[in-house]
Design a binder for this molecule. Sequence first.
Ligand code: ADP
Ligand code: MG
Length: 415
Amino acid sequence: MHFFWFSEKISIRKSFPEKMPLKKLSSLEKEHLQGKKVLLRVDFNVPLKEGKVMDATRIKKTLPTINYLLKNGSSVIIMTHIGRPKGRFVDDLSTAPIATELSKMINRPVIEANDCIGAEVSKLKQELKQGEILMLENTRFHTAEKENTRDFSRELAEHCDLFIQDAFASVHRGHASTVGVAHFLPSYAGLLVEREAEVLSEIMKNDEHPFVLVTGGAKIDTKIGVIRHFLKTADSILVGGGLANTFLYASGFEVGASLCEKNKTDLAQEILADSESMGGKLHIPIDTIVAKEISSNADFNNKQNDLIMEDDIMLDIGVVTQDYFLECIKNAKVIVWNGPMGLFEHDIFAQGTKRIARAIADSDAMTVIGGGDTIEAINRFNISEDSFTHVSTGGGAMIEFLEGKILPGLSVLKD
Ligand code: ADP
Ligand code: MG
């Protein structure tokens, strides 16, 4: 049975990839779901503010799986992480607002647990009836989540019959709720994970050029590895966001009070040298939008790299850089984008991200974008997801998948 999935852009380009070697929820017979308690891992790591969900995209994308389970007679126990509470209970990172939002979206009650393990939760799970939904509390309120301990995984899996992995954005992490529980339960890919894996496999097989990788954002650590990998396969790598500052610093420019990982200088220099030896594939900004403070009514300037002052904060790519990046995007046949070009949450620093987003949306190339903040940005700019070949719910997971890495949260679902 097939729902979804392919936008026209993909289906006309290539034939369907060979069967994914994942065990899939969609291939389970109804009798395997009827009356079963299903432990469902989702990635509801959505932006929260004052007890409200600010962007529900990631929740929406798991609704097909939740509805499918309910329709087939299961009860659903939902678990997710949110943010980085470092093993402590943090009020602002509770799943409570998400349970409320989900309940509204599916027009059904969602029972809220006050933890993800423990006697009370165990009782709630045991008493859960067919068709009911239980939302567990943030798994990262326990250090055992990231440590992936056996006991914690066993407790998460207790009283459940099946594990469904639908947290695509978290499958690159080997945690208890993404990997550990699979050792205790028959485990299958949810509809979102199935679709992501299929579409991204299709993209990996695409060998059209120019292939342009656009990357930015704040997570310098994870993205430097990506750049190193794509230097081999991409024709151009366009770098913006906080990430670019590290490269500018490594090239000898002043970066003032900007976000910059100075301890990554050696690595950045190494990558710049590699790029040089390959004909200069890596493109870092020529100019930048700077301000003296991060606020929506700050004074801001467009400055060339050599004019940055000690008290400047670099918050968006400059106009010359934007024009140059747009030119590269216009000529591309395949574009992968992860990471905003600047601090787009403030309108005055959003122009670079907005122009790049529009150009990618308007391109006839095969376009794949991903990352929580990248998706938040396109929603903010009112750019429809239909403008892209694929909008992945994963940032790190999408990139690691495209790198061909083995993702722990998927390898436990292998057929
Ligand atoms: P994604 O979630 O799409 O993978 P990241 O989480 O890596 O992206 O980065 C997104 C964050 O990076 C956004 O909150 C954005 O404001 C921030 N950011 C981008 N450019 C800058 C910059 N120059 N200075 C500070 N923060 C930046
Ligand atoms: Mg992010």
